[in-house]
Design a protein around this ligand. Structure first.
Ligand code: 13P
Length: 288
């Protein structure tokens, strides 16, 4: 069964010491390209949609494209809703058949975040959907969601208490990374992953993957991270490949959309290839 639950993929990764690439796709073209390449290199993959992407492409189209691509693949493929503070979009994706959702309650105070996360977990689990939880701010604004300041920061004990009480399946703690491109060297706290995992058996997710070095990724994976999110790298690959081809079109005054799609497809494939190698997920095939 190639369309799988995100939690199964990350649990499998934990067992074998790698992390599953979770790539923020932006349209059906990137879905098809990422899954085809993941399949070719034998890497499980998590397709992530931001709220903005769900609103722009439409949930039905994204789900159908993900299912079709997954049905053609031999590797495990999951569809995940990234950072979503909006409960109505959470409900929409649960109903449409997403594998998992990230309920982003980092804009709520602790008590509200705790109560609403428990409600989302109940709603999602009733439909067989798993939940990633974020209650403290991971820095950086992505697709209109997030914050540039750490308003909510908690102790590891508080994070674990909320995750345990709410029945959360995966945890996204602040680990010193940020969304978007780094403008200065981040102060990373990979030790926090081990601190969490030593006390509570929950998969830990690393956000803000673009711009970290191979060594930094490996340290996080060795500490127990099993899902790593990549968005900015795909956006750059997508737009720069398009720009370079459009410049050629302009120079020759020949305009061919299908060739443009091929350029974007190739650029998207190179993103998953690169990160699956670094995350050691290539050749692991994922849960079937
Ligand atoms: P980047 O945009 O830094 O790759 O981060 C992606 C991410 O964490 C999505 O949730």
């Amino acid at each position: 069964m190639p369309y799988v639950n995100t939690l199964d993929l990350v649990r499998e990764a934990e067992k074998h010491g790698y992390a599953v690439p979770a790539i923020n796709i932006v349209d059906p073209l990137t879905i098809t390209a990422i899954v085809a390449q993941a399949d070719e290199i034998g890497s499980p993959v998590i397709l992530q949609t931001s709220v903005k992407t769900v609103k722009s492409a439409g949930a039905e189209i994204l789900y159908t494209a993900a299912r079709e691509a997954a049905d053609r693949a031999r590797v495990g493929v999951a569809l995940h809703l990234d950072h979503c503070p909006d409960r109505s979009v959470i409900t929409l994706c649960i109903e449409k058949g997403w594998s998992s959702v990230l309920f982003d309650a980092s804009d709520r105070d602790l008590e509200t975040a705790r109560r609403e996360t428990a409600e989302v977990v109940e709603e999602a689990h009733a439909a067989g959907v798993t939940v990633e939880s974020e209650i403290e701010n991971i820095l950086g604004v992505e697709d209109g969601v997030g914050s540039d300041s750490a308003t909510h920061a908690y102790t590891v004990e508080q994070l674990i208490e909320v995750a345990r009480e709410t029945g959360t399946d995966m945890l996204a703690p602040a680990l010193g990374t940020a969304h978007g491109q780094y403008t200065s060297d981040p102060v990373l706290v990979p030790g926090r992953v081990k601190e969490i995992k030593d006390q509570f058996d929950i998969p830990v997710v690393l956000h803000g993957g673009t711009g970290l070095t191979d060594e930094q990724f490996h340290e996080f994976i060795d500490m127990g991270v099993s899902k790593i999110n990549i968005s900015t790298a795909l956006k750059h690959a997508y737009m720069k490949s398009a720009l370079s081809y459009l410049k050629e079109c302009e120079a020759s005054d020949k305009w061919e959309p299908v060739k443009l799609f091929a350029e974007i497809e190739a650029a998207s494939k190179s993103v998953i290839r690169e990160f699956a190698e670094i995350f050691r997920s290539a050749g692991q095939a994922g849960s079937r």
